[in-house]
Design a protein around this ligand. Structure first.
Ligand code: AMP
Length: 205
């Protein structure tokens, strides 16, 4: 099975992607996580991406497409994969068509005030990249023991720009995938398990 999770920052794509990937035994491919891993490792790509990410801008399409093409060749993608945060532009979606067919696009819909509340409480592990939210996890360290921090691009000013970039560059994908008959919109403003069940119902239809 090959899936795309679409939605603005803070819609819960990452949280739901982990659950769905586990349930269907498919690879979870988050281009944001891949870029953050490059940044942690201090690679050239990571250094170039850092500045754009911290301003809330998108990384160039050719860089993202190169990463994705390599990633889907890996053994763990044999059974399928779930894209989380990709594609983010029409150009990426068009390029994806010549790389792989897609079964479903899940569009997570969440009101802006919920997005901002979710993002501002988000914390991340500096070592393993695990994510938490201050409303459900009060420790200042990750379960692995390393310190938690707030992503630079989760700070308010950058979040506002990320939402503008989403409206301008990514939201047009809703129309794009609707016309292809692949889009399913799910209410993402509910408990994690409720959203998970709604996604499951769409996929198994
Ligand atoms: P995310 O973790 O998905 O919110 O991604 C964090 C940041 O990484 C985004 O704000 C972009 O700067 C960059 N990024 C992630 N995925 C993509 C993509 N598909 N295209 C362009 N930039 C991306």
């Amino acid at each position: 099975m090959k899936l795309i999770f679409l939605g603005p920052p803070g819609a819960g794509k990452g949280t739901q992607a982990v659950k769905v990937a586990q349930k269907y035994q498919i690879a979870h491919i988050s281009t944001g996580d891949m870029l953050r891993a490059e940044m942690r490792e201090g690679t050239q790509l990571g250094k170039e991406a850092k500045e754009l990410i911290e301003r809330g801008e998108l990384v160039p399409d050719d860089v993202i497409l190169g990463m994705v093409k390599n990633r889907i060749q890996k053994e763990d993608c044999k059974n399928g994969f779930l894209f989380d945060g990709f594609p983010r532009t029409i150009a990426q979606a068009e390029a994806l068509e010549s790389i792989s067919a897609i079964d479903h696009v899940i569009n997570l819909e969440v009101p802006v005030d919920t997005l901002i509340r979710r993002i501002s409480g988000r914390r991340m592990c500096a070592e393993c990249g695990a994510g938490y939210h201050v409303s459900t996890y009060t420790d200042t360290n990750c379960k692995c023991g390393a310190a938690l921090f707030q992503r630079e691009d989760d700070k308010e000013e950058t979040v506002r720009n990320r939402l503008v970039v989403y409206e301008r560059s990514t939201k047009p994908l809703i129309d794009y995938y609707t016309k292809k008959g692949l889009l399913h919109t799910v209410n993402g403003d509910a408990d994690i398990d409720v959203v998970d069940a709604a996604i499951g119902a769409v996929i198994s239809k």
